[in-house]
Design a protein around this ligand. Structure first.
Ligand code: GRG
Length: 300
């Protein structure tokens, strides 16, 4: 492992610990949540996960010298929504997966009704948390900017749009760029919003926000291509979910569209483009650069 990769490992671990601590604190703090709902939300929030979106948000905020701690509520909000989307994605009416993050999916433990509500509640708790905890710390226009990017990324022209294209056969299109559209909406939009939210809260100037936009776009694509590759080549313990489901369900993926080798090339190209997007930053962007490199290693 290179020195930079070791540094990234350490940063990722620190971020995971901070996010996990904050999640525990919030779960304890809100006494208005019925116990069953708290259990269901807590089950998926505590089930592990790389905490990649919080890491991106914090690393982007740090580009302007902003410390991690005040940005933590935004980082946790991104993880809350991400977890909500995984709960809903696993439901029998969607991808119908009994396994997530190496454990039985939420609906397998709590039933479909409560799992649906746990996802709904996490989505809305994300906004409640971000707004209430950021307001005393950041100027209102930065909070609005960050939350605006978040909302746009996950709504009807973001993650939800991507999920419809991915799961509804009637929305299928035949062109090659369909798979790019699904990936950039279903996965890329939230990854991009994570870096944008951090950058905006940190007060970066427009040209640097644009660089983060490009970085997030390419990183999000690389991430989904790698996820598609792992569905074919990965082991259940590496993925924490059922491998091989994409082809069983007839999903349009980068592997089904281009084959394994070309998919690997696309992942590499997108990762390089992500790194190139950061040319206006100095060493302060090394964690974001290293992440794009390490991400690729997962698929080789
Ligand atoms: C909750 C309103 C609402 C909408 C959700 C179901 C749905 C709409 C969207 C599904 C989106 C989805 C599951 C995209 C896949 C993204 C992806 C590649 C997830 C895996 O992310 P990792 O590897 O997972 O970061 P961990 O477990 O590490 O967090």
């Amino acid at each position: 492992m290179t020195e930079r990769e070791e540094d990234l490992e350490l940063r990722l671990r620190r971020c995971r610990e901070e996010v996990d601590r904050e999640i525990e604190r919030l779960l304890e703090e809100d006494s208005g949540i019925p116990e069953r709902l708290r259990d269901a939300m807590g089950y998926s929030l505590r089930a592990g996960g790389k905490r990649l979106r919080p890491f991106l948000c914090i690393a982007a905020a740090e580009l302007s010298g902003c410390p991690a701690e005040p940005v933590l509520p935004m980082a946790v909000a991104l993880e809350m929504f991400h977890t909500a989307s995984l709960i809903h994605d696993d439901l029998p009416c969607m991808d119908d997966d009994p396994l997530r993050r190496g454990k039985p999916s939420n609906h397998m433990v709590f039933g479909e009704g409560l799992a649906t509500l746990a996802g709904d509640a996490l989505l809305l708790w994300a906004f409640e948390t971000a707004i209430s905890k950021l307001l005393p710390v950041f100027p209102a226009e930065r909070i609005l900017g960050a939350i605006g990017e978040f909302a746009k990324a996950i709504g009807p022209s973001g993650v939800c749009a991507g999920q419809v294209l991915d799961t509804d056969p009637s929305s299928r299109e035949s062109e090659d760029d369909f798979v790019w559209r699904i990936a950039s909406l279903k996965t890329g939009a939230l990854i991009r919003a994570s870096v944008l939210a951090g950058g905006i809260l940190g007060g970066l100037e427009d040209v640097k926000i644009e660089a983060l936009y490009n970085y997030g776009t390419h990183l999000g694509l690389a991430f989904q291509v790698v996820d598609d590759i792992l569905d074919v080549t990965g082991k259940p313990e590496q993925m924490g979910k059922t491998p091989g489901k994409d082809s069983v369900q007839g999903k349009v993926t980068f592997v089904s569209t281009y084959g394994l080798e070309k998919a690997r090339r696309i992942a590499r190209d997108e990762s390089v483009k992500a790194i190139d997007s950061l040319s206006c930053f100095g060493q302060e962007a090394d964690p974001l650069r290293s992440l794009a490199r390490v991400l690729l290693d997962r698929s080789s």
